[in-house]
Write a protein that binds this ligand. Structure first.
Ligand SMILES: *[C@@H]1O[C@H](CO)[C@@H](O)[C@H](O)[C@H]1NC(C)=O
Ligand SMILES: *[C@@H]1O[C@H](CO)[C@@H](O)[C@H](O)[C@H]1NC(C)=O
Length: 218
């Protein structure tokens, strides 16, 4: 049943299906207004300004992270294409699903859980790559920088998960190969940097979808 409350010249009326009922009891009116407010807010349970602010920070961090993959290697575009064409070898890297339908079907808790899992996984890979680079005496500060950013990102997502009372997912450690040549390190750098770009784009899209459905008033 649709019911509206209309106030004219300080007098309030309630309309039921177009019919006007005048001289509505003001106390009852307040109760009704409260009920309307309550119904509205419970259909958007996560209208939390803090959470929406957090979304902004996560998105900002994802944008910042997007500048890093290029720095992970000194390859030209052609060299990168050739290396990537050799195929993927890190099965443990997140396999990111990003069709529009998949994105919009994710709930808030699923989105944040997946964001967290992927961030953690990339962080473990960045740490591993850092060691691999050190082992073959290649500069490792870019991998380290990525790891630091991913840690910040994962802390933000963890805080958001806490805010919606969702458990923080625990990730099993991936089994990563021992790397013995500089060429292998380059190849893995290329693979991680390409996947990291996909991840950043995906994160931003996921956050946009969630912001649209939960932060419409912000
Ligand atoms: C997300 O929350 C819904 C209910 O709100 C629940 O059914 C579902 O299992 C949760 N998903 C995850 C990944 O926690
Ligand atoms: C780096 O070297 C250490 C010591 O030799 C080895 O244990 C480790 O597995 C190597 N890391 C990678 C990623 O190859």
């Amino acid at each position: 049943m649709s019911s509206d409350i209309t106030c004219l010249h300080r007098k309030c009326f309630q309309t039921f299906g177009g019919e006007l009922i005048p001289d509505f009891d003001p106390c009852l009116l307040h109760l009704l207004l409260l009920a309307v407010l309550f119904v509205n807010s419970s259909s958007h349970p996560i209208q939390s300004a803090a959470l929406c602010k957090m979304f902004q920070s996560i998105k900002r961090q994802a944008y910042m992270l997007m500048n890093f993959p290029k720095k992970l290697h000194d390859l030209t575009d052609d060299e990168l294409i050739n290396l990537v064409a050799l195929g993927n070898r890190l099965d443990s890297l997140p396999n990111i699903q990003h069709t529009a339908a998949q994105l919009s079907s994710l709930t808030l808790n699923e989105s944040l859980s997946q964001l967290y899992e992927h961030t953690q996984s990339f962080k473990l890979h960045a740490d591993w790559l850092k060691t691999a680079k050190e082992n073959v005496s290649l500069p490792s500060h870019s991998a380290e920088g990525i790891s630091v950013h991913l840690l910040q990102l994962s802390n933000l997502i963890k805080a958001s998960l806490h805010q919606i009372n969702e458990e923080v997912p625990q990730l099993p450690s991936p089994s990563l190969p021992v790397v013995s040549t500089a060429f292998d390190v380059l190849r893995f750098s290329a693979e991680i940097s390409e996947q990291l770009k996909v991840f950043c784009m995906w994160s931003i899209r996921v956050l946009n979808v969630q912001r649209k459905s939960h932060c419409s008033r912000h």
